[in-house]
Write a protein that binds this ligand. Structure first.
Ligand SMILES: [Zn+2]
Length: 241
């Protein structure tokens, strides 16, 4: 059920969603954020959904559809996988996605990506995939992926819209604006390819409340405020002017 508060927020923070047609001859990368069991598979851990969730199921389906299209074309795909050391908590959240457990692995619908040559997988132990891509030698797996492939547009999907997706988009857009990510021009966030979790006020028991529809919308809105394109549809088509 959509709450009155969510309707009010959507009215106060209206979002113009765009239809994005990716040109066949473009240089486009797909970024998958944390589409792993610990956040998406019912009962898979402390931060996994407790029951089937329509927004999360839709996000997985749309992400898998895009990933399949990108892989058929041999276009670059990058997947971030939240993977934590058991002794390093990530406040304010309970232990989740411990490295080496199935919680930190791709959901069944995306596991095939591990065998694809055009897919780069990065395990990260923080919210932000951009910062989580920094290696011990100071290089950055995400920046190298962008530059090596000369990517001009990225499409971002995954979970959570307002946490890991948003943090990654904010860092990427700031780095782009500083001229650190040339030739990257556009960051597209696909609305139905993103999802977040649901802890409504009445169920929060003193913890942070997190109503799903409202926070998904706010996450998209904040990404738009940083300069991201928010898409209601993403497809691959011919590059007509
Ligand atoms: Zn985490």
């Amino acid at each position: 059920m959509v709450s009155e508060a969510t309707e009010l927020v959507k009215k106060e923070l209206p979002l113009d969603l765009e239809t994005v047609i990716l040109p066949e001859d473009g240089v486009i990368g797909l970024v998958l954020v944390d589409i792993i069991n610990g956040f998406c598979t019912v009962g898979a851990g402390n931060l996994a959904p407790r029951e089937p969730d329509r927004q999360i199921t839709g996000m997985i389906n749309e992400s898998a559809r895009l990933a399949k299209q990108f892989c058929e074309k041999g276009w670059p795909v990058m997947a971030f996988l939240d993977s934590h050391h058991p002794d390093k908590p990530e406040d304010p959240y309970p232990p989740h996605c411990i490295a080496g457990t199935d919680e930190s692995n791709l959901v069944p619908a995306l596991q095939w990506l591990e065998k694809e040559a055009n897919v780069t997988i990065r395990r990260k132990d923080c919210f932000d995939g951009f910062l989580g891509s920094i290696q011990d030698d100071g290089s950055n797996v995400f920046v190298d992926w962008l530059k090596n492939n000369q990517i001009k547009t990225i499409v971002v999907v995954g979970i959570c819209t307002d946490i890991c997706v948003l943090d990654f988009v904010c860092s990427t857009l700031s780095a782009r604006n500083l001229g650190l990510l040339t030739p990257l021009k556009e960051v597209v966030v696909y609305s139905d390819g993103c999802a977040t979790f649901d802890v409504p006020l009445h169920a929060s028991k003193g913890a942070l409340t997190h109503p799903q529809g409202l926070m998904h919308h706010v996450g998209l809105y904040m990404a738009k405020q940083r300069g991201a394109i928010i898409a209601s549809e993403v497809s691959i088509g011919s590059s007509c002017p």
